[in-house]
Write a protein that binds this ligand. Sequence first.
Ligand code: ATP
Ligand code: MG
Length: 379
Amino acid sequence: MLVIGPRRALIDHLRTRGIAFSVWREHASFAIADAQQVLTAPLWNTTEKLKRTITEAFGDTHYSHVIAGTEGAVYPAALARRLLGARLSTATTALRCRDKLAMKEYLAEFDIPMTAFMAESSARSATEVFARLGTPVVRKRRKSSGGRDLSFVHREQDLVLQKDGRNILERFVSAPEASIESYLSGGEIRFVNTTRYVEKRHVNFVPADFDEGTLTAMLELNRRVLKALKINWGITHLEVYLTEAGLLFGEIALRPPGGYIMNAMRHAYGFDPWAAFVAMELNEPFAFTQAPSGYACVEVLHPGCGLVTAVRGEQRVRAHPAMREFHLKVGPGDVIGERQGAGQDVGYLLHVSSSPQARLALLDEFRHSLSITLQEDGV
Ligand SMILES: Nc1ncnc2c1ncn2[C@@H]1O[C@H](COP(=O)(O)OP(=O)(O)OP(=O)(O)O)[C@@H](O)[C@H]1O
Ligand SMILES: [Mg+2]
């Protein structure tokens, strides 16, 4: 197997199963000494360069499967499957899942509800953009993840149009957000989970605690998008806005979700989400448990940037019976840097309750228990 954009838990699972693997990673973030071959290189942004790298680095070995673990790896993996003779996926689908503009232009044809958008390179003037999209204008990279390079532009004079074709502009949506994770094989959805973003990038509930009507609408939208994109197998992570006027599609990713949603699914449903992911990729059956056995909450820790002066409540959190996973990477004296992407954090905690109500109460309890104090500026 060739893994592009490795995730630690994925590699661990391959080891457990004794599956031989090679890796293409962008950064040497963790040790992978037992891989057959490791390439540390950027995931280039041209098809030509990607193809050349795949052929040069991995072309002399046969791979039956290529797996993408991260956003940037989705399109390279689709190319690698073709070049290396592995199980094939559709490269156009991969491109549509990678490029927010191509994704939205395509899905708009299928009447998927979404906020107004336009390519920045097709805009004639800032005045026209504000007239069409309102204030603030959301500006982001067509190909990005983790919320990097995203900005809200409030004034016309601050929108200096770039014609490099890299940005998408959108109408601002003020609404709570949620996601839907799907496992697919043979063109069918085998398992689906809903996640409520209780506090964006900080707190996720798995499964979500919405009313039946909202959940039904989410699952229906999810089905329509997966069908339109002709996604036959793998795992997807689709984001939605829950506006008062109904659901709006946000975007879809053709890879495992971040934000420790995979960890939360393990505790909420009792199966191994990484094992299930590998099973979908290998076209193997997998025994999913459909109903949750618990209500998981993940709190991603990042108190802002600065010098940590105190951490309180660590022991209490660790000793709590509902606690399932807790990692804290900082202590007094450490300096926390700015959070550029959602993937950057100083730790996380994951707890499980027996009901949605108990989970909400527990979130509150843990927030009071654990505190990371930073030195105040200028003191
Ligand atoms: N049009 C919009 N209106 C309001 N908020 C938006 C809009 N677009 C993006 N955002 C906010 O920024 C977040 C990230 O945007 P988006 O999902 O498009 O980018 P991303 O880089 O893929 O981020 P992530 O990996 O966190 O999903 C959204 O979850 C939302 O909170
Ligand atoms: Mg997103």
